[in-house]
Design a protein around this ligand. Structure first.
Ligand SMILES: [Fe+2]
Ligand SMILES: [Fe+2]
Length: 364
C-alpha cells in the first residue's frame, strides 16, 4: 500500500515551528500523509491529542528559549512514545546534538525534497503503514545484493589464490549497490543478506549496506556514497588470509587465535598495497577500521585526528553489523540494546556520528 493513499488521511501530525512563515513549505509536504497542525513552541499542548502520529520540529535550535520550551513539553512522559522528526541546520554539528538530546527519532535538512521527506516519515514514524516493496524495488534489491556478493567472491577467491586484484574488481558494481539501497530499503537489504550462509561475506554485505545507507541518510553526494560502498566491501579483505578453522570457530578464540584474527588488518593492507593501483583511502580503511579514537584500537593505536572520517564511519557500520548478527542469534538482544552499547563506548567512537547513525541503526 502506498504512503499517499486515502487510508492515511486521518492521521494528525503536529508541526512545531517558530519560523515567521510557519514552515509553510514543510506543512504542505506533511499534509500528504495526514492532517497537519502548526503551532509555535509556546503552544505545544501539554499532552498529545489521541490521534497524534508524530511531531515535526522546525525551530532554530540555537535559540535557548525555543530549546527550553521544547524540552519542557517534549522531554517528558506525555510525549515519550511519540516519534519526532527534527529539521536541523547541519547534520554534523550543533543542531544535531541538540535534536538528539531532545529525543529526535530522525532528522531532516533543508532544502526539502518531498519524496525524501515522505520516505523519512515512513521509516521513523512506525505508525505510518509499511509499504510493500514493489517488484521494481525488489528487483533493484536483488541485483544490488547479487552484485555486492559477486564482488566479495571475486576478491576473496583471487586473494586466496594469490592472483592480483584491481580496484575495478571492487568498484564496478557500485552503481547497483547504491541503487538497491536507494530504491529498496536498508531493512530489506539486511533481511536479504542475513540469509547468506558464508559468515565473512554476510558480514561484509551488512557493513556495506549500513555504510551506504548511512551516507544516503547524511545526504552525501553520490561519489561519497560510492566511496563508502567500496570501503565496506573491501574493509575485511585481510580475512582471506585467516585460516577457515579460526574464522568459523564456534566457541571463543584462544589468545593466539585472537592474535591471528587481528592480523587481518595488516595482511589485507599488505596484499592491496603490493598492487600500486589501490587508492590510499581504501588502504587506510583496510588497515585502520579497528582503531579507536582513544588510542585503544589496533594495529597502530591511532588517536583522534589520525583517524579519517571514512574510517570512523566504517568502524561504526562494522561494530553495528556484528551486533545485528548477534540479534539474530539472541532474540532478547535488541537493536536498542546494541545501539546503547555503542553509545556507551564513549571516547572510542565519534559520538556525533554515532548519534547521527541512530535512525539508520534502529530503522533497519
Ligand atoms: Fe575487521
Ligand atoms: Fe568487519
Amino acid at each position: 500500500m502506498s504512503l499517499v493513499d486515502g487510508s492515511l488521511g486521518r492521521r494528525t501530525l503536529l508541526l512545531a515551528s517558530d519560523r515567521g512563515d510557519q514552515s509553510t513549505d514543510l506543512a504542505r509536504i506533511l499534509s500528504v500523509v495526514g492532517q497537519v497542525e502548526v503551532v509555535s513552541t509556546r503552544d505545544i499542548p501539554d499532552a498529545p491529542v489521541k490521534a497524534l502520529s508524530g511531531v515535526v520540529v522546525d525551530v532554530d535550535l540555537k535559540s535557548p528559549e525555543s530549546v527550553q520550551r521544547l524540552r519542557r513539553k517534549l522531554v517528558g512522559k506525555a510525549y515519550q512514545s511519540i516519534p519526532r522528526l527534527f529539521v536541523i541546520a547541519d547534520t554534523m554539528h550543533h543542531g544535531s546534538t541538540q535534536a538528539w538530546a531532545l529525543g529526535a527519532t530522525d532528522t531532516i535538512q533543508r532544502p526539502f525534497e518531498e519524496q525524501a521527506i515522505l520516505r523519512r516519515l515512513e521509516s521513523s514514524f512506525s505508525v505510518i503503514a509499511e509499504k510493500e516493496p514493489s517488484s521494481a524495488s525488489r528487483e533493484a534489491l536483488n541485483r544490488g545484493v547479487a552484485a555486492a556478493h559477486a564482488v566479495l567472491v571475486r576478491v576473496f577467491e583471487k586473494l586466496r589464490a594469490g592472483v592480483a586484484l584491481s580496484p575495478d574488481d571492487i568498484m564496478q558494481e557500485e552503481t547497483r549497490i547504491l541503487k538497491a539501497l536507494k530504491r529498496s530499503s536498508l531493512k530489506e537489504w539486511v533481511l536479504a543478506v542475513s540469509r547468506h550462509h558464508n559468515r565473512s561475506y554476510r558480514h561484509c554485505l551488512l557493513v556495506t549496506g549500513f555504510a551506504v545507507a548511512f551516507g544516503q541518510h547524511l545526504g552525501m553526494r553520490e561519489e561519497d556514497q560510492r566511496r563508502l560502498a567500496r570501503a565496506g566491501l573491501v574493509h575485511d579483505v585481510g580475512m582471506a588470509f585467516i585460516p577457515l578453522g579460526i574464522l568459523n570457530k564456534a566457541g571463543p578464540l584462544t589468545a593466539e587465535e585472537e592474535e591471528t584474527m587481528r592480523s587481518h588488518t595488516r595482511r589485507g593492507f599488505d596484499a592491496l598495497s603490493a598492487q600500486a593501483s589501490f587508492p590510499r583511502e581504501m588502504l587506510d580503511v583496510v588497515l585502520h577500521h579497528h582503531e579507536y579514537l582513544d588510542g585503544s584500537g589496533y594495529p597502530d593505536r591511532l588517536r583522534n585526528g589520525e583517524i579519517t572520517d571514512i574510517v570512523r564511519i566504517i568502524t561504526i557500520a562494522d561494530i553495528y553489523s556484528v551486533f545485528v548478527e548477534q540479534t539474530r542469534r539472541q532474540p532478547d538482544f535488541t537493536r536498542q540494546k546494541a545501539f546503547a552499547i555503542m553509545e556507551a563506548m564513549g571516547d572510542k567512537l565519534d559520538m556525533q556520528l554515532v548519534q547521527a547513525f541512530r535512525p539508520v541503526a534502529l530503522g533497519s
